[in-house]
Design a protein around this ligand. Structure first.
Ligand code: F6P
Length: 360
């Protein structure tokens, strides 16, 4: 008898179901005597022992379905060791559920925070395999996470649609793309959607540079300027502040602006004689059906995870590198962020065709 626990944790994204389907199909194809425990709402399900027994049928017909059939929740890593009001030590509770159900392993689908907790469970002696999900593509150790390409498709579609109305009205448009810490989605959607200015958390911007760029475009007879800004984009002078001061400033700004795009719009309007409008696609970027690329990637990663389970290989994240699936030790992944390198070729190539990153 093989007993597998499965859970999805953190913000959802496209292709979570496709990945779980890949794991389950790979397992059921080889082993019939198997029980899959689908923990509800991420680590919460493991902590409070709430789960559904999943059959082969539960994993059928879900390849194209968005969201996660198991539900998810955010369980911050820094609270994992904190005993809450309910008196529960979360790590001990998760270990208890695992041993009580006599599980052979846990398959955990998640992003950065999820991987930190998964590694903690590994250190506590549980057999863990993880799959890299997140629209942010910021997991170290894999070239690509599933969800990313689908989010890029959606953000690009938004930018495409804004182009026509921006031209008609001769406006500056700011499209705010998801990504608080990293700018992968903004960078790719910005290039794919033909944005004129791309602002990333990794490349602090100078408002004067942005204003000059917009004025130059107007002087050259260009009717519009499209700015793709990541949620976490930051001005140069703020990036130079000590951490504590920056946090205070960000708290103040939170009370004034709903998000970064609103602050930017106000600043640009004060410097340029242009109407500025904002579009925030928000969680649509994580919603709906996965794109074909993500379906293939998630299926491959799921199948590779199934192969590893059948070989009793645990303690790894299943990754994709140079087109091939591979395994990366969890201890190497946990706590590392894959950010956009400002010196990467993709950045210099974008600069070559005239895209501004607002820095020079
Ligand atoms: O981590 C993925 C992500 O989509 C980020 O890009 C975004 O900033 C955040 O989640 C939004 O989180 P929530 O779903 O909690 O609003």
């Amino acid at each position: 008898m093989l007993r597998i626990g499965m859970l999805t944790s953190g913000g959802d994204c496209q292709a979570l179901n496709a990945a779980m389907r890949g794991v389950a199909k790979g397992i059921f194809a080889k082993v019939k005597d198997v029980e899959i425990y689908g923990f509800r709402d991420g680590y919460k399900g493991l902590i409070y022992s709430t789960f559904d027994m999943m059959t082969e049928k539960d994993f059928s017909g879900i390849l194209t379905r968005g969201g996660t059939i198991l539900g998810t929740s955010r369980q911050p890593f820094k609270q994992m060791r904190v005993i809450g009001e309910d008196g529960v030590d979360k790590v001990e509770a998760m270990k208890h559920t695992y041993h009580k159900l006599n599980l052979d392993c846990l398959v955990i689908l998640g992003g950065n925070g999820t991987h930190k907790t998964a590694n903690l469970l590994r250190e506590e002696g549980l057999n863990v395999i993880t799959l890299p999900k997140t629209i942010d593509n910021d997991l170290w150790g894999t070239d690509m996470t599933f969800g990313f390409q689908s989010a890029v498709d959606i953000a690009t579609d938004t930018i495409d649609r804004i182009h026509t109305t921006a031209t008609s009205h001769s406006r500056v448009f700011i499209i705010e793309v998801m990504g608080h810490k990293v700018g992968w989605v903004t960078l790719h959607a910005g290039i794919a959607g033909g944005a004129d200015i791309i602002l990333l958390p990794e490349i602090p911007y100078d408002l004067n540079v942005i204003a000059e760029y917009i004025k130059k475009r107007s002087a050259a007879g260009k009717r519009f300027t499209i700015i793709a800004v990541a949620e976490g984009a930051i001005a140069k002078e703020e990036a130079e502040l000590p951490k504590k001061k920056l946090k205070e400033l960000q708290e103040k700004k939170k009370a004034k602006y709903p998000s970064v795009a609103y602050e930017l719009a106000e600043k640009i309007e004060s410097k340029c004689d242009k109407e500025v409008r904002i579009t925030v696609p928000g969680h649509t970027q994580r919603g709906g059906s996965p794109c074909p690329y993500d379906r293939v990637l998630a299926t491959r990663l799921g199948a590779a995870a199934a192969e590893m389970i059948l070989c009793h290989e645990y303690g790894y994240m299943v990754a994709i590198k140079e087109g091939e699936t591979c395994k990366v030790p969890l201890k190497e992944v946990a706590g590392k962020l894959k950010t956009v390198d400002p010196k990467a070729k993709i950045i210099s190539e974008a600069r070559t065709i005239g895209i501004s990153f607002g820095d020079k």
